[in-house]
Design a protein. Structure first.
Length: 166
């Protein structure tokens, strides 16, 4: 069984995913990193080919990962918005939504220049719109929901492991 982490950027998917993988002696993979390693920077993919092309690359990546077992997978923020991706991931995995407040997300990514969506003026408004659109989807697809606000990476990872073992 794979452990799949979903949620907004800055929710802790990468940090928590690495910690779970270390605790369980599993391989950790990040879908955005896999795509970037194979096709180049995500911002360049969006600029040159558009969002639809990027989403197709996400689905291609998910198809490959869904065939494997024993992985910890951190997904891009929009990956689970596609029904096909969710169906593929649930065949051999549990999806955990890492919920974080807008304030926590902004605090975590404020100095991260690699997040163009949350840079410059109006970032709080953009984030609130994304949270309003995406949170219901994250909640619907998740097998488990874990709040990350005010918690250490280790605490979130151990909470997920406890839930999975229930």
């Amino acid at each position: 069984m794979n452990i799949v982490l979903c949620g907004m950027m800055g929710a802790g998917k990468s940090s928590v995913g690495r910690r779970i993988a270390r605790l369980m002696h599993r391989e950790w993979l990040d879908t955005d990193r896999l795509i970037a390693d194979k096709y180049g920077k995500i911002s360049d993919i969006f600029a040159q080919h558009g969002e639809a092309y990027f989403r197709a690359l996400e689905t291609e990546t998910v198809r490959e990962l869904a065939e494997k077992d024993g992985l910890v997978i951190s997904t891009g923020g929009g990956l689970v918005l596609a029904t096909e991706n969710v169906e593929l991931l649930k065949r051999n995995g549990k999806i955990i939504f890492l919920r974080a407040s807008a304030a926590a997300i902004l605090s975590r990514v404020r100095d991260d220049g690699s997040r163009p969506l949350l840079s410059g003026e109006g970032r709080e408004e953009r984030l609130n719109v994304l949270l309003k659109e995406r949170t219901p989807v994250y909640e619907r697809v998740a097998d488990y929901i874990v709040n990350t606000d005010g918690k250490s990476v280790d605490r979130v990872a151990r909470e997920i492991l406890a839930r999975i073992k229930e």
